[in-house]
Design a protein around this ligand. Sequence first.
Ligand code: ADP
Ligand code: ASP
Ligand code: MG
Length: 410
Amino acid sequence: MTAAERVVWKFGGTSVGDPARLRAVAERLVAAHRQGRQVVAVLSAMGDATDDLARLAHDLAPHPHPREMDALLSVGEVVSCALAAIAVQALGERSVSLTAGQAGVHTDGAYGNARLHRIDADRVTAALDAGAVVLVTGYQGVSDTGDVTTLGRGGSDASAVALAAALGLSHCDIFTDVPGVFTADPRLVPAARRLDGLGHDEMVHLADAGAQVLQPRAVELAAAHGIDIHVRSAFTTEPGTWIRKDPSMFETSTVTGVAHRRRDPVYTVRGMTPATVSGALAARRAAVGAIIRDDGQVRFTVPGAEPADVVAAFAAVDADVTVRADLASVSVVCPAAGERGDITTRMLGALERAGIEVYLVTSTPGRVSGHVADGLVEHAARALHEAFGLDVPAVYADRPGAVVGSGRAA
Ligand code: ADP
Ligand code: ASP
Ligand code: MG
């Protein structure tokens, strides 16, 4: 007898957002189970449950203790998993929901942004072998002291990838509310196109630049463990986007896409040095993007951090930080973008022609980013998407005849 195929499927907040959607997920799990597969589903909290819980805490205290925040924020995933197990049982199959502690997900003790240490998957595999559909809470772990930790916002993606690695799988499926990874956020840029495939590196750059569809850490984890990720719609059975080890053996010059990040502030503090600024952030597991010392003050960005967490990091060292909160960032993601002045030149030219002022430009090997007024970020993303030939149907000028982004990982 050949061993049953094991799958790890992750469903995001919108995909389990109400009882009807939870039931649809349960039906999908049951169908796979009845086809003979051993199914592990990693769920996020329902809809905006995590945001709602955070709001409750902030109504009570400006800087709640990180331990209690994690105890609180991790609850949403417990609810969705227990409900999904109930829904699977109602369909006549065995099912068990497991919290991170029960599923053996161990992390360090850095509340709010804990690092995964290991997964002891024995209980998960025993439940699978006993014929159950197994629901595992995303986003959470337990520290050595037995306290609940969370893996950073969007962290259920990392939970799923880590579980797939712990179970020795070669890939995991991430079901979400769009049919795959697009050349830009399809909700913002209607001309965006779904990519059939892209490399882990490209996806890390897109996610780092704000493309919310995957948590950057999850993609890094997948790259490190050789896990392919299939991002696909929770509402259809269509194939989506495959994220794999860089599928091309050649250096490519195609632009992968445009990403944006709303509310990406520039911060200012006085009376600190770049080193002490960086230290205050590092103590909270956050890192500066750009940092400039100028006239007795230090200005800096903290890509991907919640502004409230940055303010809390400076409150903890008794420093007052000023937040320029009316800014967002928009990025062009392209392998070797940072070494290619032409990408920056074309990007700035396109924004200038669109009448959009750029406040700060930063570049890394995989992307060039510009800070613009938050109210103009949609306009900026569309202008860049068009300027780089990404609108449907597109042929990128650098590589005549090549259709940008599609089919490379086929
Ligand atoms: P989930 O709750 O399933 O984890 P998220 O809200 O975290 O879903 O991520 C999905 C969202 O990511 C989509 O609804 C879409 O608006 C946004 N998004 C941003 N950039 C992209 C992109 N390049 N491709 C696809 N979706 C994107
Ligand atoms: N529920 C958590 C969040 O909203 C984790 C996740 O959805 O991945 O960030
Ligand atoms: Mg998400």
